[in-house]
Design a protein. Structure first.
Lengths: 486, 486
């Protein structure tokens, strides 16, 4: 039986070339069971006319479908749906019943309660996105990333791409991190002291699970990155928030009986404060005397365009008490999911074993692509480009903020990509953000950075990593106007 | 100051083109601080002669180094190390001391004790690799994978590549899984009932953490996949091993008070047993009556080349008590790290939130590349190719095993990629494997599949997913000879 040409509709708005879309259309019809084994396809001429495309496009699509065994060519008789196509099984799914499980009780909603900075998925459609940590297509070197990815897909890289590595990381990426990234943070590490992770999030999560046990005790900065609280909770440990001032975490305020202290010393999140060296030394002395471990989240250190970045806490660590986490999410892009964890070898051994249990390893191709991008110098070029752009944007932010009389609560001394802002006490920045969203402006309300019970509703974050320079003055003007109106 | 040409050495055995290796060599010298800002590079002619390469290669490398800002061109004066190059910071790492932390006590070696099937990293160098679950370059469609990866790196895919998705998966991949993969397993699911994971390992780990709490109780098959034990332990739950017979998990042997039962019903690991439908129904009745959840690891269902695969346990699940995990690791390649989890929406919501906490999301580019490879039909063509090859290899295995009088303990009725073998009672297959390794033969000793305290040392696994057809007779002959000798 011949399949009528009218059965074919090219899906609207599909991606890929016309030829690929024709292949997808035919494959989809076969897989869904609409076209069956042995049925005759329309002639290439007939289908081409029906779809309004050139005949050669259809012929090429058919040829590809033959080589992937969806179609069979019988010479002049034309093309037929192959006998070898996947057939939908005869069994039908069980009917859906209401189900007898009380899933709320089974899961206890243990994980979905976590708070975080919210951001609409379609944020690129907003003209004034003062949002944090996303890649900027105007700065990213997409062309060279493609070339590096292609190189990492070469024949000789088959093992790198496909291998099932439980334990080891890409040696080329490890080499670059050890020889070029860590020395910029003052860290001298050996291969067994480094682990590649799925971004800093994964690095910090692994550190929390290895270092904390049920009944353990962790300190987090307040305000601070909300993810830390969830990680500590998953380890079954309790958490104490410790205040932050213009020098970062207040070391004198640390409680007793602590196992782990999480800190963003070089660039406090969200206040941008940098911890002075004397306070870092005090933190390490306290760690030594009271026997706790310091976990340093060293995010965004590359964005130091006003003065050189301060050395990491890890670089001062003579007692081997510091675990250091970093990532390429800010300097390359967050969808990459690549970061690292540095610590003493026995710690890294456990983190590596846990990583194997949870996910085995970050995909080999992703690691190797990054290794090429780094070692060919594209990473440094990109960071330089970002620093130059961010410097200008920061200048524009400062001017606009001053002009409109908004109050900066923390902006850091060396660069970064955001300002921590304080609105008048009566302003609820979540309501403010909602109002601004309607005007095309995205800001980040500050409440989620505060520990539950200590929330302050009048803080917010304004990032300049994704907003074009020219949009800054008007965006800040809109923020200021909305502030007066609420 | 000019840098003497003798300072340059092309690293031996590097990868990439000559031009890229020259760029890496120069970049590395600059980053390591050997070449400093303002220093003059050798002339392209001089460096080309020194390295024994063509001058145009050096010129092109220099040009690229200028565009990534490592070098500056001063017209006829030549090339100089840029002023903008990253400088190693002045601070030096703290001296390494012995450290004061007892890391064994801090970490408790909680994760590194996990047992698993061991495999040498250089297994491809062995002529007779009877090892399980690795990609076969003779069957994999590397060329089309490259093309799909390239398409997923297109300009219009920038958001897919770079985006920071906490919660959502690639809609194109989800669509394909829902419409084409799950129906083959008799499963009809909605988008909020599916989660993309970092392979089946990650899917099962997430399920264990969501469904089990400290003090909970899980059942695993014995013998069975060793990873389950570690996942249950990490959730703080206790585990009861339940025996397996030729129909898989023995449902009558289930203990009371169970929260979760892990099963590989369609294709028991490692015995290859398929659970009959009547027993599946008994399992689901028991789940309903006693209130436990079934986690189904539905690995390798594609490799059914002798008869059609049996429907999944999930397809019989009217009570909403089954969580289903699968992956592309066996059908595509394990280094991809892509799998899925199917279950009731409230369960998936928690698994998704936990995934966000642990690693955020699988890299967007990996998801989109797989989506193209699947939807263009390359996946089905690959699976067909694998099935045809595995059928022949299985035949050769059966003949050689019969010829040499080895004993099969389980091989399954529909296909798969391995045989579960039983050696005479006195044979320790770990010693046997070690002996065979010296002869270029890799087999997998069976001890790790047994629950601690119930180990049997005379079982082993022989897989045929990576060994070439022609090597099978001789490989089996070597196994049989070594068996007689020990």
């Amino acid at each position: 039986m011949a399949i009528p040409v009218e059965s074919f509709f090219l899906p609207q708005g599909g991606s890929g070339t016309l030829q690929q879309r024709i292949r997808q259309m035919v494959a989809e019809g076969i897989l869904s069971g609409r076209f069956r084994a042995g049925e005759k396809m329309p002639s290439s001429r007939g289908l081409a006319e029906h779809l309004g495309v050139s005949r050669i496009t259809v012929t090429l699509a058919y040829t590809e479908l033959v080589s992937s065994d969806y179609l069979t060519s019988r010479g002049r008789s034309g093309y037929f749906v192959s006998e070898g196509v996947p057939v939908q099984p005869a069994f039908r799914p069980a009917p859906r019943a209401a189900g007898t499980v009380d899933w709320e009780a089974v899961t206890g909603r243990r994980f979905s309660g976590m708070e975080r900075v919210e951001r609409p998925e379609d944020w690129r459609g907003f003209p004034y996105p003062f949002i944090y940590g996303q890649a900027d297509p105007a700065l990213f070197d997409h062309q060279n990333w493609r070339l590096c990815a292609l190189q990492a897909l070469g024949r000789r890289e088959f093992e790198t791409l496909t291998a099932d590595r439980y334990e080891s990381d890409d040696p080329m990426l490890i080499e670059y991190i050890l020889r070029n990234i860590l020395p910029r943070r003052g860290i001298d590490a050996r291969p067994d002291e480094v682990l590649v992770t799925m971004g800093a999030q994964n690095a910090l999560w692994l550190a929390a699970q290895v270092l904390l046990r049920p009944g353990g005790h962790a300190v987090v900065e307040n305000p601070g990155y909300p993810g830390f609280r969830a990680m500590v909770a998953q380890a079954g440990a309790r958490v104490t928030p410790v205040p932050v001032d213009e020098g970062g975490l207040v070391v004198e305020a640390l409680p007793g009986g602590v196992d782990v202290v999480f800190t963003t010393a070089s660039h406090q999140s969200p206040t941008n404060a940098t911890m002075p060296v004397a306070r870092r030394e005090a933190l390490l002395r306290a760690a030594e005397e009271r026997g706790f471990i310091v976990v340093e989240d060293d995010y965004e250190f590359e964005m130091s365009f006003l003065k050189p970045v301060s050395p990491s806490v890890k670089s001062l660590d003579t007692g081997g008490r510091v675990v250091h986490a970093g990532s390429f999410s800010k300097s390359l892009f967050p969808g990459l999911r690549l970061g690292w964890l540095v610590g003493p070898a026995p710690f890294i051994r456990e983190a590596r074993a846990l990583r194997a249990q949870v996910l085995r390893h970050p995909p080999g191709h992703v690691q190797r692509t990054a290794a090429y991008f780094l070692s060919l110098g594209h990473y440094d070029a990109l960071v330089n480009r970002m620093k130059a752009a961010f410097r200008k944007r920061r200048q524009a932010m400062e001017e606009a903020i001053a002009e409109h009389g908004l109050k900066v609560a923390g902006q850091g001394g060396f660069g970064g990509s955001s300002f921590w802002m304080e609105a008048p006490g009566a302003v609820d920045t979540e309501a403010l953000a909602l109002r601004l969203r309607g005007q095309g402006v995205l800001i980040e309300p500050g409440r989620v950075f505060f520990h539950p019970g200590t929330e302050r509703r009048n803080f917010y974050r304004l990032a300049y990593s994704s907003i074009p320079l020219g949009k800054i003055p008007e965006g800040i003007a809109l923020v200021a106007r909305a502030m007066r109106e609420v």
